[in-house]
Design a protein around this ligand. Structure first.
Ligand code: PGA
Length: 293
């Protein structure tokens, strides 16, 4: 039954979106976007060294006037370097790419939420597909997410389908399962919606140069927001930020940033270049500026 309902909802939202995109309604003025501060997060993955991080910080332009929040997620050893290099910069937040779910103990090579926070981060990516591919399951993702929230770190929960799952029409089943399992047990009261970010990252679009089309991204984000609405409340879901990730770059950020439910990006490859990230921030700001004018 839920599959049928999902399908009907999807079709309706898609028709609404395509009508808006065709110009009958100004999608930039949809009231529900107002109040969600756009977030551009760069996931450096296992790249860059200390000197690179310092140069990056010097070249990055987070555009003070834009209202866009910029987030850098470097390798953990670079967090203190960036914290020092960006100490006068209140526009750039720092995040980690992973955490261990326990507070402390015999977990060689791991880092707890408290350690990550202590090193200067306010966000942490949870459940990235590269970690899921290395064996991380939904239960571990759930525990990590709860550990992050309990320590006052804002998790960016990554969800997304593989290419074969999309091909056989299972995208929404996969997203529903990942969201339900990761967020179960968060309980009432729900966390502050500003403290929990969800990134839709179709696995086939990550590092591949294949970008999901704006309508694919929009329908997935609507689906995610609706599921968050069911899990918490619809008012809650309207305040939570949803990102898209997967081969985002200067060439495609504009079209995606205009989508009514897209509140920013999780950027991999392009985010290794401070000029490209600065441009993506500027492009996003222009879209949001129009919408909020
Ligand atoms: P990409 O990576 O931008 O290089 O595709 C995105 C991600 O892994 O979050």
């Amino acid at each position: 039954m839920s599959d049928v309902r999902d399908k009907v909802e999807r079709v309706v939202r898609q028709v609404v979106y395509e009508t808006m995109a065709a110009g009958d309604v100004d999608i930039h003025r949809l009231p529900e976007r107002v109040g969600r501060r756009p977030l551009i997060a760069a996931n450096w993955k296992m790249n860059l060294l200390v000197a690179d991080a310092r140069q990056y910080a010097a070249k990055l332009d987070p555009h003070a006037e834009t209202g866009v929040e910029t987030l850098l997620c470097p390798a953990l050893v670079l967090l203190p370097v960036l914290r020092g290099a960006l100490s006068n910069d209140t526009l750039v937040s720092l995040g980690a790419q992973d955490l261990h779910p326990e507070h402390t103990g015999a977990h060689t090579g791991e880092h707890s939420a408290e350690m990550i926070k202590d090193a200067g981060a306010s966000y942490v990516i949870v459940g990235h597909s590269e970690r899921r591919a290395a064996g991380e399951d939904d239960e571990l993702v759930r525990r990590k997410l709860q550990a992050a929230l309990a320590a006052g770190l804002m998790p960016i929960l990554c969800v997304g389908e593989r290419f074969d799952e999309r091909e056989r029409g299972a995208t929404f089943r996969v997203l529903r399962g990942q969201l339900t399992l990761a967020l179960s047990g968060l309980g009432q009261p729900a966390p502050d919606p500003r403290d929990l970010v969800v990134a839709y990252e179709p696995i086939w679009a990550i590092g591949s140069g294949l970008v999901a089309s704006p309508s694919q991204v929009q329908e997935a984000l609507v689906f995610i927001r609706d599921r968050l609405g069911e899990l918490f409340s619809h008012a809650w879901a309207e305040r939570s930020r949803l990102l898209y990730g997967g081969s985002v770059g200067v060439g495609n950020a504009g079209d995606l940033a205009r989508l009514p439910d897209c509140d920013g990006f999780l950027v991999g490859g392009a985010g290794l270049n401070p000029e490209a990230l600065s441009e993506i921030i500027a492009i996003t700001a222009r879209s949001y500026g129009r919408e909020k004018a």
